[in-house]
Each structure stands twice: as structure tokens, then as C-alpha cells.
Design a protein around this ligand. Structure first.
Ligand code: COA
Ligand code: AMP
Length: 631
């Protein structure tokens, strides 16, 4: 069988006999008790994989490898140019620390089903906490460090964590980000209060502790007794990960234990083509799904060595740091976002720094998180001389929907396409009436239900929002929120979001959430936020403000300054909200809907059609003029 036939036959099996296919994949996982049913569809549309089975994710990611003789293999390499640290942990060392951390959490009353929020920078203690939560059957919710107090407070109120684990600070190039005051403010703001906070004190900026509530990580671990793995139902939640939706209220994506284990383990060899014992590196952050799946769980479950990199593609110290990490740690596969490569290209356009490093073990670069523009693809291919593969997925799906599966024989690359659906995923392009479009016609990208194992099972405490947001528009399908097309060879092209989500440096952000902040300014009558094209970050947010009648013209600059600061304080620096423009009116349809899509086209200098339903076409000319004056 040729390799591309291998992909075809594996794909066909996955859709013809999903239960047989995933049951076979599940054989690679350790179960305390096997399932009664591979797929339980008795409560449609809430499907459950491996119903009746008992399992533990931490056991599979750590203990299992020690038991099978990999105890001496490096499990995690911590490479932190921002703190000048490189250290590593074998699976045995990781097990020891994770078991103790689980013991410490248990001594604070954490048990199966309890939530733990993790608000930490990219340090080993963050990974240890995630695994320790999994060990107890507790549910972790990692909050990205670039989010500010208000966002954290919202997640605390929604998840109601018994314990929050944090660190005194994070390190961004050129500045220390004190996490603890942000955490303190968040707990002051939230209605729900956690019983305890464990804080890892970093020497760069230790935090002040609140007696009675805060505990020092080192002290707690010193007295902790190791705790064993607690078997949980395969269908029990492993984690909640909040992600941006259309409104300011983030969606708590729920991931189960069993399906997630089976799916991620399967992807490591079939998509990424890596074997146990090899070194796999994802340059992202544990605060994103990419970090959950491919810094922590995927590689460890598969018995790979994972790299935890606390740094940036440039400036820590230079644009050669990715090549240094690959070379120094014998990385075979790197996964990051295209924006990282655009940033490197800007600093070192001819890729001169790569010549200082020996990259003979490096086999593949995977990119995701945003559209991979053909220029960046070409630049990376020429520079690295290895396959550069785009793949498409989301927080909701937990692992790639479309990819070029190296382990099933790489297919030819078509620039602009994330290649074909991964086995397990049935992708369709539908028009507004739910009919399948012709090849190359753009429509909504949807996936047939049931989704494969490892995809989200619901939204935390919000089953009906799950159904309304994702399942109601196209009955029988999951709406991805992306639009795109499929060509005559079955290659999938993801073009744009269909909702108010934008993608800034591969980070998913809600323009709706930013609009909520802008409209809370006392002088703002109306506002809109759109994502405009940016050469490096892919997109950046841009605000439009209509001021209340009577607000003096002279105050405009101050108001813009205020809203920029407010977004940074309320959502966080990660929103990268730096510009707003004051306009007289916003363009709207006759029914009052703001024409964000048209505004975006004007801002990006693209052709646009005058929407037939616009209430006053002159406004678009005003917007055009305001943009030309400011951008
Ligand atoms: N804690 C606190 N602040 C953070 C942070 C964190 N964990 N992460 C980012 N920030 C801050 C940054 O310091 C920056 O602040 P500034 O406005 O004061 O400069 C702001 O949030 C915006 O961050 P970002 O959009 O990441 O821009 P950047 O210029 O710092 O870095 C890249 C740009 C491309 C280098 C970086 O985003 C990157 O490496 N991205 C690719 C990998 C990735 O993480 N992808 C995500 C999913 S795959
Ligand atoms: P997140 O949930 O943060 O992982 O963001 C998911 C969104 O990022 C998707 O819905 C897409 O809009 C975008 N995205 C991710 N990967 C790709 C890709 N390979 N090509 C185009 N867009 C992508």
C-alpha cells in the first residue's frame, strides 16, 4: 500500500466504523476498567465516548511510563531564556513531584470533581499542578497569564475552584509581570472565594502572602505525602478551558478523560509522526489549548520528551533561539503559530542565525492557530528544508480537524490549505440554508456529529449554550465558526471566522468582549471593534467610538487613551488593543446591525460592495476617510 493510500484507508475505516476504530486506538491506553460502550449516544446530542470505563489521565501520562521502564527517560525539559534556566525531569522525577503535589492538594481538601484554577507562567510547577489535579480526578482550569484580573475573576466565578495555584510573577521581555497582585484583585472582584491559594515564589519578584489564605509552594510540597492516582470515569471532566466567544462571557470548554487520552495518543504518531522517546516541542503557552494538548498531555501520554519553553521567538535573546532549542535538545518536531515565524522573519529575513546550529534530527514543522499565509510557508520551507505543515483546529476540538498526517504518509502540500480531514472528522461546507456547497464555494465549515473522542463534550454548567452556540444552526453538525471551502481534491481551505472572534498572534480574542469594555466608558455612546490585517500578528483589534452628544472635541485623544488603558486592565495585555478612532456614526443596516465586515474590508484596503441594506451609505465614506487619516 502506498503511503497516501494508507491515509485513505485509515480515514475510510474511521468513518465507516468509528467504534471499532477508536476501540482499537484505546488499546494503547491503560484502563482500570474497560468500557461498556465505545460510544454512548443515548443522550443525543451529548455523546459520550468509552462510557463505563475507568481511567486516570495522570497515570497514563506519567506512572505508566515509569512502570514500563521509561523512568530514567527525560519527560520534560524546561528551557527558559528569560530566567537563564535549563533543567529537566525524568519520568521518575516528574512522578515524584506530581504525586507530592497531588498529596498537597488533597490535604487542602481537593478531591474528585473539585476545580483548581492554575494561573501561572511557563514553569514546570504549572505542568506538575495540571497533572496533580488529573491524578486526583480534580478538574483544572488554566488561565493564560496575559489575562488581567477581571477576566480571571469571571473564570473564578464560573469554575468555583477550591484552590488556586499561582506564581509570584511571569517574565516578559523587558518587564516582570507580577501575577500575585492580579490574582488578589481577581479574588476581591469575584463573588466566589477559593479557600486556599498556593503561590510559587520566584526570586525575580517574590509576592506578599495573605496569611490564612495563601500558602508557599515550597513549604506545602516539603510536608506533602505522595498521593496515588484516583480512577475516574472516562466520561468525567479532566479540564475546563475558557475560550473567547461572541460575547464577553467566555465559554468553558469541557474535556473528558477517556476520549482525550485515546485521541491525543493516537495523534502523536499518526499526525505528528513521533515515537515514544523522541523530543517534541510546542512553542505556545499552557494557557491555550495548543499548550494543553501538545506541551503537556499529548507528548507525555505518548512517552515523548516535551519541551517547556519560557521565552519568545525573538528577543530572548535573538531570532536564533528556536534553532538553538531544536539543536540543543534534539527536537524532532516543532509545533508553533505562523506569527512566531513571521516575527523571526522580520528580525532575520535571510535566516542567517540558523547557520549557527546543527539541526540534523529535526524532521517536521507544524503550524496552527491562525491562517498560514503562503509567504510564511515558503520562507519556513526554504529555511528549514523540512516539511512545513499547516493544520487546523480549535479549543473546542482539542486536536486537529484537518492536517497533513505525517504518520499516515504526508500528502502534497497546497499553500493556503490545512490539507484533508484527519481520520475521525467528517467535514462539510454548508451554505446558509444548510446545503452542501460545490467544490471551491465558500460556506460554513461544519463537522458531522458525533465528534470523535477528545472533542469537547459540553460547556461548563451551560449545556443549553453548548447546543445553541454550536449545534442549532446546522442540525446534525457541529458549527466550527470558521468559513472556508473544499477543493476538487478534498483539500480544506480555512478562510475566516464567521463570528466576532479575531485572531491576534495566534491568540483567540472576542471583539464583543472589547466592545463591552469600550461602551463602559462614560463618554462613549456606541462602539465597534474589528480585527484588521497585520503583517506580523495576523490581525490586530481596532476600535471605533461614537461619543455622546456634547462631549468636547478636545477630549477625544484622552478618551482614546482611556479606552486603550481600560482594555489592557480589564481583558489584559494579550488583547493587544492599541488603537481606537472617533467617528461621527457607525455604518448599520436598516435593522440596526453594525456592518463590521464592511468596516473590516475598508480598513484592510479590500474591495467592498455597498451592502444593499445599509441605512446611510455616506457613513462608509466617513469611515474610509477616518481610517486613512489615522492608520
Ligand atoms: N503574561 C503576561 N503578559 C503577556 C503574556 C503572559 N503570559 N503573554 C503575552 N503578554 C503580553 C505581552 O508582553 C504583550 O504586552 P505589551 O503590550 O506590553 O507588549 C501583550 O501581552 C501582547 O502579547 P503578544 O500578542 O504575544 O505579542 P508579543 O509582541 O509579546 O509577541 C509573538 C508576539 C508573535 C512573539 C508571540 O505572540 C508568540 O510567540 N506567538 C506564537 C506562539 C503562540 O503562543 N501561539 C498561541 C497559540 S498556538
Ligand atoms: P483556538 O480555539 O484559540 O485554538 O482558535 C481556533 C481558531 O483559530 C479557529 O477557529 C480558526 O479561526 C483559527 N485557526 C486555527 N488553526 C488554523 C489554521 N490552520 N488555519 C486557519 N485558521 C486557523
Amino acid at each position: 500500500m502506498t503511503m497516501s493510500n494508507l491515509y485513505d484507508s485509515v480515514y475510510a475505516r474511521s468513518v465507516d466504523d468509528p467504534e471499532g476504530f477508536w476501540a482499537e486506538a484505546a488499546d494503547e491506553i491503560h484502563w482500570y476498567r474497560k468500557w461498556d460502550k465505545v460510544l454512548d449516544d443515548s443522550k443525543k446530542p451529548f455523546y459520550r465516548w468509552f462510557a463505563g470505563a475507568e481511567v486516570n489521565t495522570c497515570y497514563n501520562a506519567v506512572d505508566r511510563h515509569v512502570a514500563s521502564g521509561r523512568g530514567g527517560q527525560t519527560a520534560l525539559i524546561y528551557d527558559s531564556p528569560v530566567s537563564q534556566t535549563i533543567s529537566s525531569f525524568t519520568f521518575r522525577e516528574l512522578l515524584e513531584r506530581v504525586a507530592k503535589c497531588a498529596g498537597a492538594l488533597a490535604s487542602l481538601g481537593v478531591s474528585k470533581g473539585d476545580r483548581i484554577i492554575v494561573y501561572m507562567p511557563m514553569i514546570p510547577e504549572a505542568v506538575i499542578t495540571m497533572l496533580a489535579a488529573a491524578r486526583l480526578g480534580a478538574i483544572h482550569s488554566v488561565v493564560f497569564g496575559g489575562f488581567a484580573s477581571h477576566e480571571l475573576a469571571g473564570r473564578i466565578d464560573d469554575a468555583k475552584p477550591k484552590v488556586i495555584v499561582s506564581a509570584s510573577c511571569g517574565i516578559e521581555p523587558g518587564r516582570i509581570v507580577a501575577y500575585k497582585p492580579l490574582l488578589d484583585d481577581a479574588i476581591t472582584m469575584s463573588a466566589y472565594k477559593p479557600t486556599r491559594c498556593i503561590v510559587y515564589q520566584r526570586p525575580m519578584q517574590p509576592a506578599e502572602m495573605m496569611p490564612g489564605r495563601d500558602l508557599d509552594w515550597n513549604e506545602v510540597m516539603a510536608s506533602a505525602l505522595p498521593h496515588d492516582c484516583v480512577p475516574v470515569a472516562a466520561t468525567d471532566p479532566l479540564y475546563i478551558l475558557y475560550t473567547s466567544g461572541t460575547t464577553g462571557q467566555p465559554k468553558g470548554i469541557v474535556r473528558d478523560n477517556g476520549g482525550h487520552l485515546v485521541a491525543l495518543n493516537w495523534t502523536m504518531s499518526r499526525i505528528y509522526g513521533v515515537k515514544p522517546g523522541e523530543v517534541y516541542w510546542t512553542a505556545s503557552d499552557i494557557g491555550w489549548v495548543v499548550g494543553h494538548s501538545y506541551i503537556v498531555y499529548g507528548p507525555l501520554i505518548h512517552g515523548c520528551t516535551t519541551v517547556l519553553f519560557e521565552g519568545k521567538p525573538v528577543g530572548t535573546p535573538d531570532a536564533g533561539v528556536f534553532w538553538r532549542v531544536i539543536s540543543q535538545h534534539n527536537v524532532v518536531c516543532l509545533f508553533t503559530a505562523p506569527t512566531a515565524f513571521r516575527t523571526i522573519k522580520r528580525e532575520d529575513p535571510r535566516g542567517e542565525l540558523i547557520r549557527n546550529y546543527e539541526l540534523s534530527k529535526f524532521r517536521t514543522l507544524f503550524l496552527a492557530g491562525e491562517r498560514l499565509d503562503p509567504d510564511t510557508l515558503k520562507w519556513a520551507e526554504d529555511l528549514l528544508g523540512v516539511p512545513v505543515l499547516d493544520h487546523w483546529w480549535q479549543t473546542e476540538t482539542g486536536w486537529p480537524i484537518c492536517a497533513n498526517c505525517v504518520g499516515l504518509g504526508a500528502l502534497s502540500v497546497k499553500p493556503g490549505s490545512a490539507t484533508k480531514p484527519v481520520p475521525g472528522w467528517v467535514v462539510r461546507v454548508l451554505d446558509g440554508s444548510g446545503n452542501q456547497t460545490k467544490a471551491r464555494d465558500i460556506g460554513a465549515l461544519v463537522c458531522k456529529l458525533p465528534l470523535p473522542p477528545g472533542a469537547f463534550t459540553t460547556l461548563w454548567n451551560a449545556d443549553s449554550r453548548y447546543e445553541e452556540s454550536y449545534l442549532s444552526d446546522f442540525p446534525g453538525f457541529y458549527k466550527t465558526g470558521d468559513a472556508g471551502y473544499v477543493d476538487e481534491d478534498g483539500y480544506v481551505f480555512v478562510m475566516t471566522r464567521t463570528d466576532d472572534v479575531i485572531n491576534v498572534s495566534g491568540h483567540r480574542l472576542s471583539t464583543g468582549a472589547m466592545e463591552e469594555v469600550l461602551s463602559s466608558h462614560p463618554d462613549v455612546a456606541e462602539c465597534a471593534v474589528i480585527g484588521v490585517a497585520d503583517e506580523i500578528k495576523g490581525q490586530v483589534p481596532l476600535g471605533f467610538l461614537v461619543l455622546k452628544a456634547g462631549v468636547e472635541h478636545a477630549r477625544e485623544n484622552q478618551i482614546v487613551h482611556d479606552v486603550v488603558r481600560m482594555v489592557r486592565e480589564r481583558i489584559g495585555p494579550v488583547a493587544a488593543f492599541k488603537t481606537a478612532i472617533v467617528v461621527k456614526r457607525l455604518p448599520k443596516t436598516r435593522s440596526g446591525k453594525i456592518l463590521r465586515g464592511t468596516m473590516q474590508k475598508i480598513a484592510d484596503g479590500q474591495e467592498y460592495k455597498m451592502p444593499p441594506t445599509i441605512d446611510d451609505p455616506v457613513i462608509l465614506e466617513e469611515i474610509d476617510e477616518a481610517l486613512r487619516g489615522r492608520l
